[in-house]
Ligand binder design. Sequence first.
Ligand code: GLA
Length: 393
Amino acid sequence: MRRTVLTALAAVVALVGSGVLGATAATPALALDNGLALTPQMGFNNWNLTQCGSQFNEAFVEGIADTLVSTGLKDAGYQYVNLDDCWAQSSRDSKGNLVPDKKRFPHGIKAVADYVHSKGLKFGLYTSAGTKTCNKAGFPGALGHEKQDAALWASWGVDYLKYDNCNNQGQDAKKRYTAMRDALAATGRPILYSICEWGQNQPWTWAAPVGNSWRTTGDINDSYSKMLSIYKANIKLGKYAGPGHWNDPDMLEVGNGGMSDTEYRSHFTLWAMMAAPLLIGSDIRKASAATLTILRNADVIALDQDAKGVQGNEISSSDGLHVIRKPLANGDTAVALFNETGKTAKISTTLSAVGVSSGTHTLTDLWSKAKSTSSGTISASVPAHGTVVYRVH
Ligand code: GLA
């Protein structure tokens, strides 16, 4: 990975030197050099479903791992099974080590990680870059314990850390998150590093060499209005994202029941257009056919996971009608038409407005799978709160 980054950098330096890139070309942000999240991470996290409820336990987590496999979600790309807050006991042991909650995880965390690994999946854990986690019960955070905690997690087989921001004692965010980056690196185990400081210190301006992703906003909830406001904040930050370092508009609510299927399709499509981490947050053990159809839409997932690693941006946005464009590795372009409003509306753009060359192109609607051709206009009648997304070839 280090060699890839250096080679890429050398190529950019050569291009600048040769005058191919003008003096005004942006300096490429160096990503965290751990070789992970070259496309946005995909998996499951329990928080949006269980929070700290008693159903969050070993049987639940292992059931989720089983279901990822049996429903084909694993094959669709969802590989991390991540535990959020409330997995630990409220005090460290006499040696200062974190201790798993005995009721929820009677066989310890390593046993759960081993089970998840036995299914060909990866395992993630959570704590805060503070003295305590966010839950009011106050579980121990890792501030000042970075090396000891990282070493323990590595010994348990942890592959992913979500590092939150509660109880941070007013200490500098960049320092706190960098200390954990270095502690994770010191374990020698590849651990995907997900920064969760809610966009408070504009992590997009400093976190590319620190973490694999950073939350850009406060918490999502299972409502159309919250999903919409997070979309509007996150869509503006596209230039900061790329392979190994992504903007994170928070985890998916698809399937939790607070939005219609049309709204969940918008949520999923917009997250994919923004190259966001795709972490399922609903009970897939009981998912409806409609929920599984959304979460397993391989054509939409392919936009999120595209190797070019470009976050989509808005080409136009007026009166709640949004046109979003995402260039793709094979030269195709994804175009999403999102109707924020409460009434069906026609949304139109043109091939040239979304940067597609002249000539006749095939448009595939990635939800209905219908194909059409165009040499000029791209448009659709889009239902209230809905999104039509085309792959333009
Ligand atoms: C914060 C985070 C959430 C979740 C909770 C857990 O609010 O932003 O995603 O991890 O803490 O307490």
